[in-house]
Design a protein around this ligand. Structure first.
Ligand SMILES: Cc1ncc(C[n+]2csc(CCOP(=O)(O)OP(=O)(O)O)c2C)c(N)n1
Length: 319
């Protein structure tokens, strides 16, 4: 499934948005503008964009604790996201969730869950609902290579295969799980090897090549939509920042960042677009200016929005 030129330009712009939004969010966090923990996915923009763009608007994703990029790629409004980071009432979760629990069900963004692998069983429930209702909506669940060793991930993948659920299990193998390099806890090179054990197809993609990610995920989404059941995509990429913003990263392998930065996903697509005459310097500058304006507006929106009041604390509580 080849993306159109129009779609490639949209993917480029979205990757630039994610990179610049997260860079600014990290600066704001360091300046003490909002509390909590912030996990950025800088370096992984192709992985989140290529996968989310393979979905329809009414398909769903299960975001993780490192979910800004996943949610922006799926179409979350940057204003709602920034306001949520600030804990404001205008945020995507009305200020109750923060960075790790982003949700916007109207956009198919099921709630991010900070417990590793915790989003996947909910995603399986949504996929089962789609199947029982005779709809053709697909759920794509994100997880990291660290989470891949959690029992819940194995359980969900097994059940999804047995029940033939319309799901895509998308692992972002970003080299580090908290403070551990992947070699410390994984004996296999690609998680896709595990797919056969669940009875589903598995594929490995270059997670820094947005087109490779888009093509492979589109195929998995098509299979799920047509009743062919779940698949697994292992996207090999790297996070450039720490586990959290402020992490001193004493554990990082020497020279590894320099190597991965050579594979920066944004200039890779940019070069293709320029070589094929779809983008020029002026077009690139216009995209950056447009995005910086959008980010400045989201910051202003977050700053000027009210906090929820103590009287409203129980408003969104179900029981
Ligand atoms: C069940 C559970 N165990 C441990 C943690 C603590 N923890 C938070 S993030 C993390 C590492 C996650 O690594 P990975 O799944 O590869 O995702 P990444 O952070 O690299 O995106 C750990 C161990 C947790 N949140 N939930």
């Amino acid at each position: 499934m080849e993306p159109t030129k129009e779609l490639m330009l949209q993917m480029y712009e979205r990757m630039v948005l994610i990179r610049r939004f997260e860079s600014r969010a990290a600066e704001l966090f360091k300046a003490g503008k909002f509390p909590g923990w912030v996990h950025v996915c800088i370096g992984q923009e192709a992985s989140v964009t290529g996968s989310a763009f393979a979905l329809r608007e009414d398909d769903s994703i299960c975001p993780t604790h490192r979910g800004h990029g996943q949610c922006l790629a799926k179409g979350m409004d940057p204003k709602k996201m920034m306001a949520e980071l600030y804990g404001k009432k205008t945020g995507s979760n009305q200020g109750r969730g923060g960075s790790m629990h982003l949700a916007d069900t109207a956009k198919g963004i099921l709630c991010g869950i900070a417990i590793l692998g915790g989003g996947l069983p909910f995603g399986a429930g949504v996929a089962m609902a789609s199947k029982l209702r005779g709809e053709d909506k697909v759920v794509l669940g994100y997880f990291g290579e660290g989470a891949s060793n959690e029992g819940i991930v194995h359980e969900v993948m097994n059940m999804a295969a047995v029940w033939n659920l319309p799901m895509v299990f998308f692992s972002e193998q970003n080299q580090y799980a908290e403070l551990s390099h992947r070699d410390f806890h994984l004996k296999i090179d690609t998680l896709a090897k595990r797919a056969e054990g669940y009875g589903m197809p598995g594929v490995t993609v270059d997670g820094n090549d947005v087109l490779d990610v888009y093509r492979a995920t589109s195929e998995a989404v098509k299979r799920a939509r047509e009743g062919g059941g779940p698949s697994m995509v292992d996207s090999i990429t790297c996070r450039w920042d720490g586990h959290y913003v402020g992490d001193p990263q004493a554990y990082r392998k020497e020279g590894d960042l320099e190597e991965w930065k050579k594979k920066d996903p944004i200039p890779r697509l940019e070069k293709k677009l320029m070589d094929e005459g779809m983008l020029d310097e002026a077009g690139k500058e216009a995209i950056i200016a447009r995005i910086d304006q959008q980010i400045a507006e989201s910051e202003e929106f977050a700053e000027s929005s009210p906090f929820p009041t103590p009287e409203e604390a129980l408003e969104l509580v179900w029981a």
